[in-house]
Design a protein around this ligand. Structure first.
Ligand code: SAM
Length: 258
């Protein structure tokens, strides 16, 4: 990698995941609301108390500089619990919903990389970036495996791999690619993946891991191999090529040659 990128990566200190911060702030809001109730009698009815707790939690979230959507989540969290309790929904329903969401989103609360899918226009654009001869390709966080299935069908001379940490998307993508001999999907973390094995490394993640991922790519990838990020930039690290994709999300492919 060229020396101008030597300054590309400087990892910042590890932060508490926003979901944990949000939960702690809910706890603090509950205590403050309880104090107000004791001192001034504010919020004596359950829904009133929950609304007051939500308002305090939402304000604390802004002060703590959580992303704007946390304001609304925090505001509605306690009132939603009170309203749900009124409907006497069986606890098994919540357990089932929790298990399904856990299987889909797994460690998103920590990684801050949720499941959303790249468009078929991105897949088509990627076709043009693949090497001419036999090669190895990895999709880091392969989601439902649509991208891998598409490319592995079109380029039978390539070896395609996916690594996915969430169990349900991983199982679905294994099923949909089971018929493809040149495609395999591993259940695990992208951070345990040796990027030195691949000619093309693709990632469609979120802004959060990009700095760390570029550091890993620089350490492990072979000279001449391609690192491609869909949409998410690496701070202070200009790509060699940017390709605007005319899809719904207005994706951009950012390409670095190592
Ligand atoms: C935005 S989706 C991209 C899906 C797919 N690559 C595509 O282009 O359609 C990101 C995926 O990365 C997975 N993921 C997040 N962190 C991961 C990690 N540390 N190791 C493996 N997969 C991860 C998530 O579960 C999610 O399925």
């Amino acid at each position: 990698m060229r020396s101008k990128r030597g300054s590309c990566v400087s990892l910042s200190a590890k932060n508490i995941p926003p979901a944990v911060t949000a939960l702690l702030l809910q706890g603090a809001a509950f205590l403050l609301a309880y104090l107000m109730l004791g001192l001034f009698g504010i919020g004596s009815a359950p829904l009133e108390f929950a609304l007051f707790t939500g308002l305090i939690a939402a304000i604390l979230s802004r002060i703590a500089r959580l992303a704007i959507w946390w304001f609304f989540i925090q505001l509605l969290f306690a009132p939603a619990i009170v309203l749900m309790l009124k409907f006497s929904i069986p606890p098994g329903f919540f357990l089932a919903a929790f298990i399904v969401l856990l299987a889909i989103y797994w460690s998103t609360y920590r990684t801050q990389v949720p499941l959303y899918l790249s468009s078929d226009k991105v897949w088509q654009e990627l076709e043009g970036l693949l090497p001419e001869n036999a090669f190895r390709f990895v999709d880091l966080g392969s989601g439902l495996g649509g991208l891998l299935e598409h490319l592995a069908r079109i380029r039978q001379d390539g070896d395609f791999e996916g690594v996915e940490s969430a169990p349900l998307p991983c199982s679905i993508s294994r099923l949909r690619t089971i018929h493809l001999k040149n495609c395999k999907i591993r259940w695990g973390s992208l951070w345990d993946c040796d990027l030195g094995q691949y000619d093309v490394v693709f990632a469609y993640l979120s802004p959060v891991p990009m700095e760390r991922l570029m550091k890993k790519a620089k350490e492990e990838m072979r000279p001449g191999a391609l690192f491609i990020s869909s949409t998410f930039v690496v701070p202070d690290c200009e790509p060699d090529l940017r390709i605007a994709v005319d899809d719904l999300h207005r994706s951009t492919l950012l390409v670095w040659r190592m």
